[in-house]
Design a protein around this ligand. Sequence first.
Ligand code: CA
Length: 358
Amino acid sequence: MKITDVKATPMRPCLVRIYTDEGVMGIGECSPMNTTVIAHFVNTALKPLLIGENPLETDKLWNKMISSTYKLGVQGTQPEAIAGVDIALWDILGKVAGLPIHTLLGGCYREKVLMYASIGGGSRMTSAEMAKRVESYLDKGFKAIKIRMEWGFARQDVDPAKDLEMFRQVKALTGDDIPLSFDANNGYSVSTAIQQGRKFEELGIYHFEEPVAQYDYDGMAAVADALDVPIAAGEHEYTRWQFRDLIHQAKVDIIQPDVVKCAGISEMHKIAVLGSVYNKHFVPHQTQPTIGTAANLHVISALQHATRPQEYTGQNPQLDELFKEPLVFEDGYIHVPQKPGLGLELDEEKLRKLIDSQ
Ligand code: CA
């Protein structure tokens, strides 16, 4: 079996399609951070490495891609582009084997995964506005919640008292039964993060995410040492070597690779295994509503230790339309796809129309 074509399309999602000489086609998704740049990377730097190769040799192709383009990236565009290709290769592997990806990774520990609603925009909202949004997610059936601050460029200690009040108002809604987490989006200094974290702990917090700048491993470790609440980070890391440093130096309790950033399923599974060696929780960063979510779910469901609620920002009906059987969210859970490969069958006619309309 040979790869005959690789097509990356810079829409949302940044879609990758890999075609083969046996008529099997695989789909993948790259990071949405700059889809034009990333799609260009796939189409110009990765495609020539893939044409004529056997798509079933996922690890060999991963190493070929990473080493041949090493000086173009390592953090950012390079692994974000490889991610879409690697996911599509796993989709092909599953389709050829007639098995879902989670079976190829060792087996499905849970057929449905509890998801937490990841609600952003906190820095731009009043506490009452955030509480109203949280209420709407509880009405949709979510059984776990995270509020995200999303500071943009205003990064350090903008208004911690307001954040605390927002957390307090949301906590009054979620009560003791619904886990509530807080994502500082790298917005606190170390001392503020520790003071704020203690107050969150008094109110009841499930996890405290990216309390300080992502590059401040020493600061992250100081926060993790000072607080009891699990500290989460990893959406700014890419490969197993960076996660090794995040674990050793930043001492986080929860690692959060993102399958559309961390160079795909091949690498995310290795990162998960590395995390399990250190007894770390595994809760991927996950903001992509269809292909990225499905890829994440295959890895998560194949891990014995990935038992915490997983990130979810909701469905996109326009993207759901592209698939003959879209993901099903029900009563707080997503059902893990059970069909071969990713388990998402693309309707190419509808995709053509969507590409034309964008
Ligand atoms: Ca986050």
